[in-house]
Design a binder for this molecule. Structure first.
Ligand code: GUN
Ligand code: ZN
Length: 447
């Protein structure tokens, strides 16, 4: 091996080797290495195999003098979780009582987001937010800021300090929200363009054009978004689609000439690869087809959909239509940053529709499937050689109940299912970003 090995990680490894088009194909691509060794060179994975083979590879390779061997022999190491839809400026209003989407936005969200005009607040909450992601084993996220460009500067700046792979954008909105959160289409374009210049493709950061949703976007604003997407084709487009019945009626009233909700985005050139639509709960057949035909992606956000009473995502249909799907926590409508808890709720969403979400499928959506939804599966999502070294070390049994239940689980599928059903942030032992530990549970001070 010609590259210098800088870190060796010993433990039990689970990942999925290849993206799949049918959940039935997952079993054939599952990789589980009991007592394995993963060799890193800086921020990249060089090699993964059994401990015995690894010792030989290590002995024959160039290694740095300061080679670290991390021993996680009793732990489960999985690729870092990927959160394909989350709002960082809603962290402090998570768990807001009593309302469904539109009233929830007006009563809680818009007042909270107004605080992000303040750079200090944005900086403090950005640090808190990134800490929450890492504490929960999430190493990549697609993130909403607020309308204020300083909110996104603050977030990217914190992510850049640890060379995290993060995608974010400032919200664009010019109608149907409090005046303090509105901008003109021209200002929105200027601020967005400046942010793209400052952050897009710098280190592992990417920019997402982020019109909030159709009701807060005039046709003139969407036209600005279209022009930006045309000028910078590798940008992401991140928005909401078909979440709530009242929202959908509102879109139909605001945009009567469009065939359906998605058509508002589609006619403005805002569908296609790297376009990520959160929710997609009440889609018409034509909308499913449009998502398929344009190769757009969906962020499935179960805790949010249940918390706001929005509806049930049709997982089965998303496979039938061959659409790229990732998991989203959608904090602060979502009720947790934790991907294990999110997968547990996804399973229950499936149950309510007689869809059996296997643990392999659940972990796929949270890792390689999420990477595929973000067109990053050549860089992250599993432990293939050459990929970026973002991973999470899980401790499967941290409570008496978890130990009892883990102890009587037989297969790998059962162990993973129990972990996602009973697990939470206590199970995250350590998180690595870019080949370096960025969170260690037991080193954390209790506040
Ligand atoms: N639709 C428009 N804005 C929002 C938001 O902030 N959260 C959710 N869940 N849906 C939205
Ligand atoms: Zn959202």
């Amino acid at each position: 091996m010609s590259q210098i090995i800088t870190r060796a990680v010993r433990g039990n490894f689970f990942d999925i080797r290849e993206p799949v088009l049918r959940p039935e194909d997952l079993d054939a691509h599952v990789r589980y290495i009991e007592d394995g060794l993963m060799l890193l060179s800086g921020g990249h994975i060089l090699w993964l195999g059994s401990w015995l083979d690894g010792e030989r590879v290590l002995a024959q390779s160039a290694r740095s003098d300061a080679l670290q061997i991390d021993d996680f022999r009793d732990k489960l190491i999985v690729p870092g979780f990927i959160d394909t839809h989350i709002h960082y400026p809603q962290t402090e209003m998570i768990g807001a009582y009593g309302e469904q989407l539109l009233e929830w936005l007006a009563s809680y969200t818009f007042p909270t987001e107004q605080q992000y005009h303040c750079e200090k607040h944005s900086a403090r909450m950005s640090r808190f937010f990134i800490d929450q992601l890492l504490t929960n084993g999430t190493t990549t996220a697609l993130v909403f800021g607020t309308v204020h460009p300083q909110s996104v500067d603050a977030l990217f700046s914190v992510a850049s300090d640890i060379n995290m792979r993060l995608i974010a954008g400032k919200v664009m909105m010019d109608q149907n929200a409090p005046a303090a959160l509105l901008e003109t289409p021209e200002q929105s374009e200027r601020d967005t363009r400046a942010l793209i210049g400052r952050w897009h493709n710098r280190q592992r950061l990417s920019y997402a054009l982020t019109p909030r949703f159709a009701p807060t976007s005039s046709a003139a604003l969407l036209e600005k978004v279209r022009l930006l997407k045309q000028e910078f084709p590798d940008l992401y487009l991140h928005t909401h689609l078909s979440e709530n019945a009242d929202e959908i009626s509102w879109v139909k009233a605001l945009y009567p000439d469009h065939e359906h909700y998605l058509d508002v985005y589609h006619q403005h050139g805002l569908t296609g690869q790297r376009c990520v639509f959160a929710h997609c709960l009440h889609l018409e057949e034509r909308e499913w087809d449009c998502l398929h035909d344009t190769d757009s992606s969906i962020a499935f956000c179960p805790t949010s959909n249940l918390f706001l009473g929005s509806g049930l995502f049709n997982i089965q249909k998303s496979w039938e239509k061959k659409i790229r799907v990732g998991m989203g926590t959608d904090v602060g409508a979502g009720t947790t940053f934790n991907m294990l808890e999110t997968l547990s709720e996804a399973y229950k969403v499936g149950q309510l529709q007689r869809y059996r979400l296997s643990a392999f499928e659940a972990f796929y959506h949270a890792t390689l499937g999420g990477a595929r939804a973000l067109h990053l599966d050549d860089k992250i999502g599993n432990f293939a050689s050459g990929k970026e070294a973002d991973f999470v070390v899980l401790e499967p049994g941290v409570s008496a109940l978890q130990k009892l239940r883990a102890g009587n689980s037989k297969t790998l599928a059962e162990k993973l299912f129990v972990l996602m059903t009973l697990g939470d942030d206590r199970n995250v032992f350590s998180t690595f970003v870019d080949g370096e530990p960025v969170y260690q549970r037991d080193a954390q001070e209790v506040a």
